[in-house]
Ligand binder design. Structure first.
Ligand SMILES: [Zn+2]
Ligand SMILES: [Zn+2]
Length: 297
């Protein structure tokens, strides 16, 4: 590795950003290097060796150490991770796609969603989001131009659910100017969830297959589900927006609160920046190593 490449990787480590303007070949090489680096981060997080910090921001969704911890086999993903992953898939989709976050999609499912504020759904080819019912998560994809709905439940879709889905989507879309559309709900064959914790992983994988093309009938062996979990983590860590101007503790810019001192401190190991107030006001003249580098307190 030459000096420029080391610099690029360090930047990536700090901000999760793939250097702009790389040729295809260079980007490929960079990602291969970044991949082993990212897997190391994930393995350390899963081993409980990493303290809390912000790792990735995808659209409005922020992914912290504890979100990545829940990607570990046997754990249940946070909705933030599902929303972030759907946003990643949406950004790669060739067409106009709108991600409805899990909160809003669940409202839609429960008949509580109304007209979207300032958003014209007519311009989209596809709306995608995850529905939460109790401890179970499912995927809903709406194709407004075609009047088509795909509902995917990793435990299988009952007739009652399909009927409910049609009614809920119709109710929501009516309020958004689709009164004249005739809707149909399509059922697809797909892999079934083999355990009690993976429905959220299936939601992500189903969305990926529908948006980017891919097999809905993937292997449900433990080893494959574990690999999918790793790949979700890899995607979230490598496709982050820039974290350059965010505090890695709280994930925000500096708040406009007069009683907070406008001071930042950089970690001497990862070079990430933190609000001084967010990391218990360390001595600014001494070395500072952040929790993400130091391990959990
Ligand atoms: Zn902060
Ligand atoms: Zn650090």
């Amino acid at each position: 590795m030459d000096e420029a490449e080391i610099k690029e990787l360090t930047e990536f480590k700090r901000f999760g950003k793939i250097p702009p303007g790389l040729s295809r070949q260079k980007k490929f090489t960079f990602l291969r290097r970044a991949k082993s680096f990212v897997f190391e981060i994930l393995r350390n997080i899963w081993a409980g060796k990493v303290g809390g910090r912000l790792w990735s921001k995808i659209g409005p969704y922020k992914i912290f150490t504890w979100d990545l911890e829940l990607l570990k086999p046997g754990e249940k993903l946070e909705s933030e991770v599902i929303n972030a992953y759907l946003t990643c898939m949406a950004s790669r989709y060739k067409g106009n796609v709108f991600v409805i976050d899990t909160f809003q999609m669940t409202n839609l499912w429960n008949g509580k969603a109304t007209k979207m504020n300032k958003i014209d759904l007519k311009v989209y080819d596809l709306l995608v989001g995850s529905v939460n019912e109790g401890d179970h998560w499912t995927l809903l994809v709406i194709y407004p131009q075609e009047g088509k709905i795909i509902y995917m439940n990793s435990c299988g879709e009952s007739r009652g659910e399909v009927a409910h889905c049609l009614k809920a989507v119709r109710g929501f879309m009516d309020q958004n100017g689709f009164e004249d559309t005739t809707w149909k709900c399509v059922k697809l064959t797909h892999s079934m969830q083999p355990d009690a914790t993976s429905c959220r992983v299936f939601v992500c994988k189903f969305a990926e297959a529908l948006l980017l093309g891919g097999d809905l009938n993937f292997s449900c062996e433990d080893a494959n589900i574990a690999q999918i979990r790793e790949e979700l983590g890899l995607c979230l860590l490598t496709e982050s927006d820039s974290l350059g101007n965010l505090c890695l503790a709280c994930g925000d810019h500096y708040p406009d609160t007069p009683d907070l001192v406008d001071t930042w401190v950089a970690c001497d190991s990862c070079q990430g920046w933190y609000h001084w107030d967010c990391v218990n006001r360390p001595n600014l003249k001494a070395h500072y190593i952040c929790q993400g580098c130091q391990g959990p307190m």
